[in-house]
Design a protein around this ligand. Sequence first.
Ligand code: UTP
Ligand code: MG
Length: 485
Amino acid sequence: MRIPDPALVVLVGPSGAGKSTWAAARYRREEVVSSDALRGVVGSGPHDLDATEEAFTLLERIVDARLARGLTTVVDTLGLDAERRSRWLLAARGAGLPAVLVLMDTPDAECRRRNSSRDRPVPASALAGQLRRHRELVRAAEAEGWDLVHRVEPDTGRVADSAAERTVHRTTPERRTSQGLRVVLQVSRFPWGEDPAGWMAAIARAADEAGFAGLALMDHLIQIPQVDRAWEPIPEPWVTLGLVAGLGTGLSLGTLVTPVTFRPAGITAKAAATLDALTGGRAFVGVGAGWWAREHAAYGLDLPPARERLDALAAAIETMRALWAPGTKAYDGQRVSLPETTCYPRPAGRIPVIVGGSGERRTLRIAAELADGCNVPSDLETLDRKVDVLRAHCRAVGRDPAEVAVTVLDLPVVGRDRDDTWARVERQRGRSPAAAFARRTNAGTPADQRDRYGVLADRGVDTVFVALRDLAGPEDVAALAPLLA
Ligand code: UTP
Ligand code: MG
C-alpha cells in the first residue's frame, strides 16, 4: 500500500514496536518529529520524562509549522493519546493534507524482548499498559476518521533491500521495461566543462548501460530559459548524435524536437537518413513548429506566423517521408512536389517521426494524419485530454489510433533517496514553496518514478522521454537504472 506524500503520518505502537526504525527507513530525519528526540533537546536525553511537557509543546509547534507549509510530517510518539491524535488529524485537515495512521502490528512478545534488551528499558508494568492501550486502539482506529490506516506487519518494518531494488535488468532487444514502456533519456543541458566529447560519450554509455531505449537531444540554437542560462552550451543535435552513433551503443538516437523553421525539411531528412544508416536503423526525428523568437532572430531565421509554421510542419513530414521512401522517382504529394527523391544513403528502416507541440487543434491533427508518435506532457490531466483529442482527430482522418504512439516528456526531480531528493528540490525550487515544487516536479526516487510510469503505461503511453532538470554527469543517468527494470 502506498502512503500519500505529502501527508501527516502519525505512528502508533508500544515501546520497541519499531516506530522510529520504520520512520527512519522511509523519511528524512527532518520530516520525523519525535517526542524522544525533543526530550533530548530540552531535557537531558530521550528518556528524561521531566522534559515531557516542554518536548510536546515544541512538537506541536513543529507539526503545525510543517503542515502549514504542506510538508510531510511524521509524528513519532507512542501515539496512544486520543486527544493528541484528534488534534493532529484536525491540523492535517486544516492544511489540506491527507492524515495517515500507521499502526505497528508487532507481537507483544517481540516488544517485550526488544524492550528488555535495551539500555534503558521501560518498566514491565508500563509496557504492559501500553500494549493494552495499543490493542484497544487497533480496534477503534478505523472510526477516528483517518484517510488511511496503514498496518505495518512484523518484519515489513525492515528497510527494503536496496541492493535488490538497484538490480539492473537489461530490457528486451526492443528495450521495453516490464511495464511495457520505452524510456528514452532526453538531454537538454550539457554541463560538459572542458571535455564536451568525453562528457557526451559518458552520458550515452551510462544511458545504454542503465537500459534506456534511446537518447534524444533538445534542438535549440540558444539555451532556453526554462533549462539554463543563455551562455550555457547547447550543441547542434545532429552533429552531436553523430558522435554518439560512433560509440556502438544500442540506443535509438534522435531529437526532441527539431523545429521545422531551423533547417529545410530535406536537410533534416538527409541528416536522419544518414544517422539511421550509421546506426543500423536506430534514428528517430521529433519535429515541431518552432516557437522561440529570440533564437530565430539571432540566427537570421524567419519565424512566420503560427498558421504558416504548422503548414510547414505538415509539409516537412511529407518531404522527409518522400525522400526516405524507396526509389528515386518524382514525388507529387498533397502538400509537396519534388522532381526526384534521390536520397542516399537510404535509411536502414522506417524512421519514426514524432510530432511535438502545445497546440491541440492543428498540431494534434497533423500528428494524427502524418506521424508515428505524438508527444504530450506527462501530467495525467493534460495527457488524458490530449490523448482524447488525438484519438478524435485519428477517427476524423480515418487513421487507426494504434498507429500513432503516445509519447510524453517527463521532467521529474529524481534523487537517490529522500534526503537527496529534497536537497535537489531545495536547490531548484527558486521562489516556489518546496511542497508545491515537489508536487509539480513529481520529486522522488527512481522507485517513485517507476510507480508513476506504471500509471502512464496503463493510460496507453508508449514512450517516456525523461529529462533530468539538474543533469550534471553520467552518475545521474546511472542512478536511473531502477526506473528501467
Ligand atoms: P524502535 O526504536 O524503532 O522502536 O525499535 P520504537 O517503536 O520507536 O520504540 P520507542 O517507543 O521509541 O521506545 C526498537 C528496537 O527494535 C529493533 C530496533 O533496532 C530497536 O533496537 N527493531 C526494530 C528490530 O529489531 N526490527 C525491526 O523491524 C524494528
Ligand atoms: Mg522510537
